[in-house]
Design a protein around this ligand. Structure first.
Ligand code: SF4
Length: 482
């Protein structure tokens, strides 16, 4: 594979999460916009294309919502002045990376909807598999959509249901009966903050508390960042309604058999921050475990084990702990490669991967190195990194991947490319080893994924093709643009 071909885009060989959500209700009446900002900042790894905040005053006139959203990172979209002008003690926020719906300002969330019963602001993480049908249903009855995202379909269904139900939470419950797919929702009505998670629990959502305020967030790292204590996770299928009187839980949609739950295993492998705890399982611990399993199942004699930063580091440490091979640092990462990074032209001598990652020659020269990464998607970046280690003097490079090979697309919010672009689709492990230029290559065994998540039921459809929900007959990802 030629170098320019491999360098076309460092981001193209990494998977991206779709979204992060955050909500807060301060019963003492304090403004919450800046807290939401810091919460979103902690969730920035879940989405870097757009972000937004909507706030309201629970004592003020119903329907008055202050919203600001835009394209870019939190610190590009928000300034101190903007946050200071956003008054309200209840609010929701969102960071987004698009898989369904194009990357435009209109598609940025939270979505704010004015309807007969007042205002609804909604932030959504996940993808619906029946969004096109639900959207057509609504369009036939006259609905006009302003965005191309499935989150608007959810918002409309809640608004419709609200007309015939006594409360917004019962409208959420009614709407959930129609939704199929992955969704963790944070919803603000004029006097309530609501969190809901799909019955499979694909995406995380947790509850926190700080003084006299309750918080909902995609990950516990956002609670730590704002100094809130973790209360509990929202359960798969649960709706929690936060009002001045406390938290009310509706578990009608929770699966009767917990074995039907299907947390996205890739949250543990790669998406979530290592300092987060998802459904009682530490992400850091899960990654250490993955490394231990690799050491048990695919041992090799070597002088050094290193992780490809950041998500390979935990598994590399686990591998070292289990095998006794010393753990070290081989890569220095330049963290300033942001969204607006000007990618080098294919014809130029610079490489996007080399700009982002450099090898510590002193650490690897003359050594047999085990390199741990979290995944191989197309194989382009892995090939380049192996090559960089060899250039720096490594005498052997053994690659261990803390996930099984990707074989199938995801319909629940992860941008796994189509099968023909996945290197593991149509290549044996040994062929992949040759393509990336490694001395040996092993993947985590699929059977280990349950253990990695401490026995919790997980989705691993992208690895084994067993989808918790029947996938759509056609690839609907990005459907609305067609
Ligand atoms: S298919 Fe893969 S990426 Fe998608 S939800 Fe399941 S485990 Fe996560």
């Amino acid at each position: 594979m030629d170098q320019n071909q491999m360098d076309f885009d460092i981001g193209a060989d990494k998977l991206r999460e779709e979204c992060g959500v955050f909500g807060i209700y301060d019963f003492d009446g304090n403004d919450v916009a800046s807290t939401i900002y810091y919460g979103l900042f902690a969730l920035q790894h879940r989405g870097q294309e757009s972000c937004g905040i909507a706030v309201s005053d629970t004592q003020g006139p119903k329907g008055k919502v202050g919203t600001h959203k835009g394209m870019g990172l939190c610190n590009e979209v928000f300034t101190t002045e903007i946050l200071e002008q956003m008054h309200g003690n209840i609010g929701v926020g969102h960071v987004r990376y698009s898989t369904a719906g194009s990357s435009t300002r209109e598609n940025a969330q939270p979505l704010v909807l004015n309807y007969i019963k007042g205002t609804l602001a909604l932030a959504h993480n996940g993808n619906l598999v029946n969004a096109p049908q639900l959207r057509h249903e609504l369009e036939y009855t006259g609905a006009i959509f302003q965005t191309t995202i499935d989150s608007e379909v959810i918002a409309y269904h809640i608004a419709r249901a609200r007309v015939n139900t006594p409360s917004v939470e019962s409208a959420v419950s009614l709407a959930m009966k129609k939704l199929k797919g992955a969704y963790s929702l944070v919803i603000m009505s004029p006097r309530k903050l609501i969190g809901a998670r799909d019955p499979f629990g694909f995406k995380p959502l947790c509850i926190g508390k700080r003084d006299n305020a309750y918080i909902l967030a995609s990950e516990t790292c956002a609670l730590d960042t704002i100094g809130a204590e973790f209360v509990r996770d929202v359960e798969p299928g649960e709706i929690v309604t936060i009002t001045k009187d406390g938290i009310v839980s509706d578990r009608e949609m929770c699966p009767k058999d917990p074995a039907r739950e299907a947390r996205c295993i890739f949250e543990y492998i790669y998406f979530a921050r290592p300092d987060s705890v998802f459904d009682g399982v530490s992400v850091y611990h899960a990654r250490i475990q993955a490394g231990r399993f690799l050491a048990m199942d695919a041992p090799v004699e070597a002088d050094l084990v290193v992780g490809v930063p950041e998500s390979g580091n935990g598994a590399a440490l686990g591998y070292s702990m289990e095998s006794g091979v010393p753990y070290g640092t081989a890569f220095v990462k330049n963290s300033y490669v942001g969204r607006t990074f000007i990618k080098p032209k294919q014809s130029s001598r610079e490489s996007a991967v080399r700009i982002k990652l450099n090898v510590l020659r002193e650490a690897v020269a003359g050594k047999r190195v085990i390199m741990i990464d979290d995944s191989i998607v197309r194989g382009t970046t892995s090939a380049l990194i192996v090559n960089m280690l060899r250039d720096a003097g490594a005498i052997q490079v053994h690659v261990r991947i803390s996930a099984p090979p990707f074989l199938h697309p995801c319909y629940f919010g992860t941008d796994i490319p189509s099968e023909d672009q996945l290197i593991a689709h149509g290549h044996t492990v040994d062929e992949i080893r040759r393509i990336i230029g490694a001395d040996s290559l092993s993947f985590l065994q699929t059977e280990r994924l349950h253990e990695m998540a401490a026995g919790k039921p997980v989705c691993m459809a992208c690895f084994n093709g067993v989808y918790p929900i029947e996938p759509p007959s056609a690839d609907i990802r990005g459907t609305y643009e067609k």
